[in-house]
Design a protein around this ligand. Structure first.
Ligand SMILES: [Zn+2]
Length: 366
């Protein structure tokens, strides 16, 4: 338990811990990075190291024990999706008038407040920042440091302005952590009062090694595939639904095969027919479209003589066969057709209808 459990971005983590060691930790920190990069995991670890009751040192730098009351309670917020869903459910169960006035928070420790974007707009609202202002100037009750974690940087305008006021005069005993996929979204005046620490993409080999520990049931080619499909983030690698991906890819390959190599339409229709409207069907269809894009991108890499960039390495020979039949124009046209289907889905056209149209349109342009 401790920072050794954080994988990747060792240099950034080292810098943060070094600032802690020199008692120079900033009052406002922006952790930026893609979804799944580990921003929230790292933020909770920082809340723990700031408040651990039995602090330790590892590699000569501050670390946390993970066992004391503060570490444990802060750690209970680790499953953000589950805690968020509970908070939403609690609010849903309230009377209408109370519902309107209740803002969403995740709080498993009295001095550590997690502020998620508030649905349905999924933005940070002014009442949420107001709660921060109401509490931040009081000394922490059970911790050394009050910690506020904003899990998203989409602020309503008034909320951003209120946060700015706090950042102008933060108390000594409070730390604000802002997590952001895109720090450009934050007011420049908020950014300039914070220190930005980017979490960058983790190399494919490191993800592969991480998966060997986390998913020992996967064979090396499966690990290699997921490592390449995770866009450099361990979060996505860890939660990757390999079975669903492989199923979607089989369908995507059949659609491309039918378009490029030709054959009976019955097989194509059998596949597209299985994509039904409704929430589940929608998710499957979206996965199918994402997979089609990923295969088209691989075909593009093969066409341009860059096979080392191919993601779906485990089916390279099938891709080579398709690449022999396709050319740049066809791939570009196919991407356009895909975009049309996505637009149709947003307008809620019948799923299977637009997929059939896709299959046939691809064929015509072949
Ligand atoms: Zn501890």
């Amino acid at each position: 338990m401790g920072f050794s459990d954080f994988h990747g971005n060792a240099e950034t983590v080292h810098r943060l811990r070094d600032m802690l060691a020199r008692k120079r930790f900033p009052h406002a920190v922006v952790l930026s990075g893609a979804r799944g990069a580990g921003k929230y995991t790292l933020a909770l670890m920082l809340a723990q190291v700031l408040n651990c009751l039995a602090p330790i040192e590892t590699d000569g730098l501050p670390d946390f024990c993970g066992q004391c009351a503060n570490c444990r309670r802060i750690g209970q917020a680790a499953d953000l999706n589950a805690r968020f869903a509970e908070a939403v459910e609690t609010r849903e169960g309230m009377r209408e008038t109370d519902k309107k006035e209740t803002r969403l928070f995740v709080q498993t420790h009295p001095d550590v407040l997690v502020i998620p974007p508030d649905p349905p707009q999924m933005m940070i609202k002014v009442d949420q920042v107001r709660r921060v202002i109401e509490t931040i100037y009081y000394r922490p009750s059970e911790a050394r440091e009050r910690v506020y974690i904003f899990t998203d940087s989409a602020f309503m305008k008034e909320a951003a302005n209120s946060l700015l006021k706090v950042l102008e005069e933060p108390p000594d005993f409070a730390t604000i952590l802002l997590l952001s996929e895109n720090p450009g979204e934050l007011l420049p005046t908020i950014r300039s009062r914070s220190m930005v620490f980017p979490l960058t993409a983790v190399p494919v080999e490191d993800i592969d090694r991480y998966l060997a520990e986390q998913r020992p049931e996967w064979k090396p080619p499966q690990r290699a595939l997921v490592a390449r499909l995770s866009d450099g983030t361990l979060g996505r690698a860890r939660s990757f639904d390999l079975d669903a991906y492989v199923a979607a890819r089989a369908d995507a390959l059949a659609i491309l095969n039918s378009a490029l190599v030709g054959g009976e339409h019955t097989q194509l229709f059998k596949i597209t027919e299985s994509y039904r409207p409704g929430a589940e069907g929608r998710e499957r269809t979206e996965r199918l479209l994402r997979t089609l894009y990923s295969l088209l991108r691989d075909l593009m890499f093969l066409e341009s003589g860059s096979p080392h960039l191919v993601h779906n390495t485990d089916i390279q020979s099938q891709l080579n066969k398709l690449a022999d039949t396709a050319d740049f124009n066809w791939i570009a046209g196919a991407s356009d057709r895909l975009a049309e289907v996505e637009r149709g889905m947003r307008r809620n056209l019948l799923r299977s209808l637009s997929l059939d149209a896709l299959g046939l349109a691809l064929e015509k342009s072949a």
